[in-house]
Design a binder for this molecule. Structure first.
Ligand SMILES: NC(=O)c1ccc[n+]([C@@H]2O[C@H](COP(=O)([O-])OP(=O)(O)OC[C@H]3O[C@@H](n4cnc5c(N)ncnc54)[C@H](OP(=O)(O)O)[C@@H]3O)[C@@H](O)[C@H]2O)c1
Length: 237
């Protein structure tokens, strides 16, 4: 297997996924896309217990600026080799009701949650279309049912679900499979912003979402693309 690109590796679901993939040895190399040096280094250090350091490369990117992504993907391809998998995991939320939602906040949410995955997919497919591959987008159950007060976040995730479905059909001729997962409540920084008073020990943990993502991108999995897969956990009382 070739290279796997992972965004959002500094924390939460992205970090847990990167470490679990390294433990499983599913790919030859990992392109770690993040923006915070200390967080990136912590993830890279843990992964290096399982993967040779030369097969772990960091690519700094602030996904508020999706126009910078083509150069990042080109650099990944040129320095690491063929891209087999893209995991769009990074995400952002500024939960506000309609009358408190500014155009700036709405735009930033879409830049990170919609435009960045779009540009990453477009740029990776330029390389993947010759040999196939897998793309997985992390949406949210917030994109499926009404979430009063979360207008920009919920609608951005609905867009990501829709893009994933469209591209599953469009890219199948190249042997590219597009997966979309929609986690429910998961104990991360982002969830804390959405539900500040919630006890994180009472909800799903990032490693549990990561487990599902790793199963989907495993080369042996070939039947679950093209649908919005809800990841949720019923907690024991
Ligand atoms: N937690 C949940 O309940 C839940 C439920 C459904 C879906 N999701 C989705 O799961 C994905 C992962 O989120 P999480 O819950 O694991 O939250 P998290 O721990 O806050 O992780 C979010 C990641 O995205 C990165 N990110 C945010 N803005 C960025 C930017 N401008 N440029 C580069 N990276 C940026 C963060 O980097 P920094 O640390 O530098 O900000 C962080 O690594 C998101 O797409 C989220 O919408 C989460």
């Amino acid at each position: 297997m070739g290279i796997c690109i992972i965004t959002g590796i500094g924390a939460g679901i992205g970090k847990a996924t990167a470490i679990k993939l390294a433990q499983r040895g599913l790919f030859d190399g990992y392109a770690l896309v993040g923006r915070n040096d200390a967080d990136i280094e912590a993830t890279r250090q843990t992964m290096s217990e399982y993967v040779a350091a030369s097969n772990l490369r960091v690519f700094k990117a602030d996904l508020s600026y999706p126009e910078t992504i083509p150069a990042v993907v080109e650099a990944i391809h040129d320095t690491m080799g063929e891209i087999d998998c893209l995991l769009n995991i990074a995400g952002y939320t500024d939960p506000k009701p309609l009358l408190a939602t500014t155009l700036e906040s709405f735009d930033l949410t879409y830049r990170i949650n919609v435009y960045s995955p779009f540009v990453f997919m477009r740029e990776c497919v330029k390389y993947m279309r010759n040999r196939g591959g897998k793309i997985l987008n992390v949406a949210s159950t917030a994109g499926m049912t009404p979430r009063p007060g979360w207008l920009s976040y919920a609608s951005s995730k609905a867009a990501l679900i829709s893009m994933s479905e469209t591209l599953t059909a469009e890219l199948s001729e190249y042997g590219i499979m597009v997966y979309c997962v929609s986690p429910g409540r998961c104990a991360t920084k982002l969830r804390k912003r959405l539900a500040p008073d919630e006890d994180p020990t009472t909800i799903m943990q990032p490693e549990e979402v990561a487990e599902v993502i790793c199963n989907l991108v495993d080369p042996n999995e070939c039947c679950l693309d093209g649908q919005n897969i809800v990841i949720r956990k019923v907690m024991k009382k």
